[in-house]
Design a binder for this molecule. Structure first.
Ligand code: TYD
Ligand code: MG
Length: 457
């Protein structure tokens, strides 16, 4: 039988039956490349690959009532913040993709996990660093155990063969973009290669029952480089974020088949690797300027955890080229809306003013509960009056300037009180519903004008 050749788009991964000058899916020119079909014999080079092809293990359909409904088996990675983001530990046989900018600490985190997993055999496949470089880093991090095997290899077949020989419990691939299947004509990192290598590893992991942590590079837009199908294939996609210039790192789940995607993990990069930060609010508020105009503290829920963050605003007369507006860590359009509400309903004229709004610590706030603090920070800068350093604000702001209630208020207030705040502005409807934590004075407000009058006298 004649072998069929396939064609792929290098940009979007679209598969076509013939060559096109322009990809019919994404519209890019000269991106369609030929990918020869993999012959059956080459697919079965290693035992692992054979198992992966599915020929050896054929599953039969079974009635859903007869299926095993046991909870998936998990193990702790030894890093509490990572376990939290994974939904309570890593699931055996799952595949987790770690994305993040270069130098953010992906390799460091995975190497630290190696040192913490007791009684498990680990295979660390490094396609980027040499085995010696990895050893030096491991020594620096104090990671040394017999059960950690290192393989400096980029050929997928050799990796699968080593997995077959070693039968590890955990496999780490650093990174998927360096792996290649010699049967395909395209180079490492191309869409076809990344897709093929992920698929082969995924099937081997499911068949062999080991957990696979995979590092993925990100492209200039911050998404994992390669086709979107990569994210569809794996069980969890975690992104490591943070400003490289600052030592704080935030781990966030973009997809999780075994847990919620709301939880975040917070780390600090120290000289002995990543250190967990169990109290992110304290970290985010450290070094806060006291009694300075343009600051207000918000409380947002990150998954099940309330986190306090400082919002800073600077309002200044605009130059001749018109008013400039900029946000960092807040949604731009939402902030523009709040500026308009403040102008129209809060009695503070902002036309002809530049406005810059920042969240300190590299956190991205996407919850409306931060609205009131944003509005107060801007008002504070515009009026050149400071909000007391012991004051926080919680509430969503509507288009008529009303302050609306938010969820989980008791939990938020407890965190506000725990961090030593004395006053908290809250939506007036909630007055009767919440228990006031000891030492905290609640300031109920119905609209932003009342809020401004209460804290900016
Ligand atoms: P790395 O894990 O190599 O990043 P990635 O794999 O995501 O590209 O992180 C390297 C950075 O971390 C590098 O800039 C140095 C810093 N670092 C420390 O500050 N302390 C440490 O103990 C280690 C190992 C790295
Ligand atoms: Mg690395």
């Amino acid at each position: 039988m004649k072998e069929k050749t396939k064609f792929f788009c290098k940009e979007c991964g679209n598969e076509t039956h013939k060559w096109f000058g322009q990809c019919p899916a994404c519209g890019n020119w000269n991106t369609i490349v030929e990918a020869p079909a993999v012959s059956a014999s080459s697919k079965q080079k290693s035992g692992a690959a054979k198992a992966a092809s599915g020929a050896a293990l054929r599953n039969r359909p079974r009635p859903i009532t007869e299926l095993d409904s046991q909870e998936e088996l998990r193990f702790s990675t030894g890093i509490g913040e990572l376990d939290r983001v994974l939904g309570g530990g890593a699931v055996i046989g799952s595949m987790v993709l770690f994305g993040g900018a270069p130098g953010i600490g992906k390799s460091t985190l995975l190497l630290q996990i190696c040192g913490l997993l007791r009684g498990q055999k680990i295979l660390y496949v490094t396609g980027e660093e040499s085995a010696r470089q990895l050893k030096l880093r491991a020594q620096r991090l104090g990671v040394e155990r017999d059960a950690i095997y290192v393989l400096a290899e980029t050929n997928l077949d050799n990796v699968l063969a080593s997995i077959d020989d070693l039968a590890p419990d955990v496999v780490i691939i650093d990174s998927i973009q360096t792996m290649f299947n010699g049967d395909l004509s395209s180079g490492p990192g191309s869409v076809t290669q990344v897709k093929d290598c992920t698929m082969a590893l995924m099937q081997t992991a499911k068949a062999g029952g080991f957990t696979c942590f995979v590092v993925g590079h990100i492209n200039k837009d911050g998404a994992i480089a390669g086709p979107k199908v990569l994210e569809h294939m794996v069980d969890c996609v975690l992104y490591f974020e943070g400003d490289r210039a600052m030592s704080y790192r935030i781990l966030r789940a973009a997809k999780n088949r075994f847990g919620s995607t709301n939880e975040i993990g917070v780390f600090e990069m120290a000289d002995k690797g990543l250190v967990e930060v169990p109290n992110p609010s304290e970290m985010l508020l450290s070094g806060r300027p006291k009694n300075c105009p343009g600051n207000c503290v918000a409380c947002v829920m990150e998954g099940s955890r309330p986190i306090l963050a400082e919002i800073q605003a600077l309002v200044a007369p605009a130059g001749f080229s018109g008013a400039r507006r900029n946000t960092n860590g807040l949604d731009y359009n939402r902030t523009m809306l709040l500026l308009a509400v403040l102008d129209k309903r809060g009695g503070i004229s902002l036309s002809g003013c530049d406005a810059y709004v920042n969240v300190i610590g590299g956190l991205e706030l996407d919850e409306p509960a931060a609205d009131l603090a944003t509005v107060l920070a801007i008002a504070s800068s515009a009026k050149e009056r400071a909000i007391g350093a012991d004051t926080a604000a919680i509430g969503e702001v509507g288009l008529t300037g009303e302050v609306r209630s938010v969820s989980n208020v008791s939990q938020r207030l407890t965190e506000v009180a725990r961090l030593g705040f004395k006053r908290c502005v809250i939506p007036a409807h909630l007055r009767g519903e919440v228990k006031t934590p000891e030492g905290l004075q609640l300031i109920p407000v119905r609209n932003i004008r009342e809020a401004i009058d209460a804290v900016l006298v």
